[in-house]
Design a protein around this ligand. Structure first.
Ligand code: NAP
Length: 309
């Protein structure tokens, strides 16, 4: 019997509480040993104000899960990898492609695992969608990722700062599914980014992408949709059509809803993290982040109405 992986959680906020804590508690082979957060404290584990204190106080820690906003992940990941800890990165894995690639190299040099997680890839219907795309001749794809920012990100000021991603924070989930179900290279042709005049990050974006095989991909991200969200990817192929909806958790093929398993994204990611560690590998796929970076590179910024929370 191998001892459970002792994990330290960094940045105890919304996603740490909603997903990481229950997933760690429910996964065999991992246990929560400590938390590092400036404001929050967790019961029954050692609590530290920051990662440096946690690394100093917990020499027996095997791994850390970094759940703070993306702008603070690089320094934390660098410190943890250098200290010989395996690292689980929340999405997006960083603010720039160059910093994530640097971390991947560092993990290799340090002989530890780096897992750049993309939770939406573990949604219940994504594997089925990937198999369907593989088996059919890709025609065109339309992505609608629209939600109410006030409902999903209340009071999160970091998300509106430079490096906070704005509407690309949820949008990158769609791009992580896209790059999972479509294996051929995808390029960004054009992007239109609507940025509130009092903020540094977009509230909406329209992108035109294309696969190397020439299949067009239209993308609409919008944070101004009230009521139910739309997290949909529609694929037309020769023959047939597929709709992946509910963030990858529901699928219809040619109009027929298909059976899917239960939603299990975060437990599945912790099992994946364990597998990677046991086999001495890392998993760092920058494709979703690169599409976002390219949209910012070639995109036209359009000022729009100020946004107040
Ligand atoms: P959050 O609750 O606003 O922030 C998480 C925690 O990070 C905070 O509670 C805070 O803890 C710490 N933090 C905030 N600012 C910091 C700073 N300047 N320096 C160091 N630590 C700081 O955010 P979240 O919604 O959990 O999102 C965190 C990450 O998870 C994001 O990358 C997001 O994309 C991803 N994610 C979020 C969701 C979701 O539904 N919210 C879903 C999937 C993935 P302390 O103040 O106690 O240090």
């Amino acid at each position: 019997v191998t001892a459970p992986l002792r994990i330290g959680l960094v940045g105890v906020g919304k996603i740490a509480r909603d997903q990481h804590l229950p997933a760690i508690a429910g996964t065999a082979g991992v246990e929560l040993a400590a938390a590092a957060s400036r404001h929050a404290k967790l019961p029954e584990v050692a609590n530290y104000p920051d990662l440096a204190a946690m690394l100093a106080g917990e020499p027996g820690l095997d791994a850390v899960a970094l759940c703070q906003p993306p702008r603070f992940r690089y320094e934390a990941a660098k410190a943890a990898l250098t200290a010989g800890k395996h690292v689980f990165l929340e999405k997006p894995p960083g603010v720039t492609v160059s910093e994530v690639e640097a971390l991947a190299d560092l993990a290799k040099d340090c002989g530890v695992t780096l897992f750049a997680s993309w939770h939406s890839r573990y949604a219940a219907a994504v594997a089925q969608a990937r198999d369907w795309v593989e088996a059919n001749n890709l025609g065109r794809i339309s992505i609608q990722w629209k939600e109410d920012v006030r409902h999903w990100h209340p009071g999160q000021s970091w998300i509106w700062e430079a490096g906070g991603f704005g509407v690309f924070d949820p949008g990158i989930n769609a791009l992580s599914i896209l790059t999972e179900i479509v294996q051929e290279p995808i390029r960004v042709i054009e992007a239109r980014l609507e940025v509130p005049s009092n903020r540094a990050a977009p509230i909406a974006a329209a992108l035109r992408l294309e696969t190397i095989g020439g299949a067009p991909i239209e993308v609409a991200f919008d944070w101004r949709q009230t009521g139910p969200q739309s997290w949909d990817i529609a694929v037309e192929a020769q023959p047939g059509r597929m709709l992946l909806s509910n963030g990858g958790n529901a699928i219809t093929i040619d109009g027929q809803p298909q059976p899917v398993g239960k939603e299990d994204e975060y437990p599945a990611m912790y099992r994946r993290f364990l597998e990677l560690i046991r086999s001495g590998q890392s998993d760092v796929d920058c494709r979703p982040l690169r599409l976002v970076a390219d949209a910012f590179l070639c995109g036209r910024q359009i000022p729009t109405s100020p946004f107040e929370d």
